[in-house]
Ligand binder design. Sequence first.
Ligand code: OOG
Ligand code: MG
Length: 268
Amino acid sequence: MSLSNVTLAREDIVRLSGRIEEAQTRARAIPKLTDEYRDMTLADGYAVQSELRRRFIAQGQRLVGWKAGLTSLAKMKQMGVDQPSIGFLTDRMARPEGSAISVSDLVHPRVECEIAFVTKASLSGPGCTPEKVLAATDFVLPAVEIIDSRFSGFKFDLPSVVADNGSSARFVTGGRPRYPDELDLRSLGVVMEKNGEAVGIAAAAAVLGHPARAVAMLVNILAELGESLPAGSFVMSGGITEAIPVAPGDSIVARFQELGDVSMRFVE
Ligand code: OOG
Ligand code: MG
């Protein structure tokens, strides 16, 4: 993957990041960006995402972490995309465990269960590996990401979804943090329950064989963007099962073997 072939003019990157920002803040679906910019590259998608991040931070949002996305076969198949991606997380996206989450400021939210990592040493690429990630990991904890594509029908291609910050919208952590060497992160089972019914069941190995591999991939993409992951970073490693749509009235419990539960409910 090369993220150096940015083909869009600076003014188009700024324009597209404004378009995404408006769709995100007004919770309005827009056509995917490649409908207009047919030759947009993945590098262009990341250029728009970086500009979006710059804008949010200039407005006072705080960068609190990063997320890997499209890291499991279930997710790639569901979205029709064949490569993982990354996105950023800000304090505005965090919601407390057990809380009522409003969907009135979202377009068409979906939930996914993910393993999150918190680091104790800095990581940089290229050449980051799952072993280096595990050595730099302070603890892991369970998380639920609420994704919300800003594109009509939740349909997109890789450059468009990367520009839309990997559909990032909200995230919730909970359960019980654990040291990674106390667990086998490949065989760790997860069950996603919606209104008391199991709607997704998988093991964490669904994420690139081992969720630490998703974090290594993220660090290597960050390196291509000229960035690294400082110690103390929070990173979500990507949906293990398919993402499940949620609506007002729904309650979600994500049950993680060894790591405990993460719950929330959704309201208007
Ligand atoms: C893209 C975001 C994917 C994950 O965990 O796979 C993602 C999407 O499916 O809209 O966050
Ligand atoms: Mg996700």
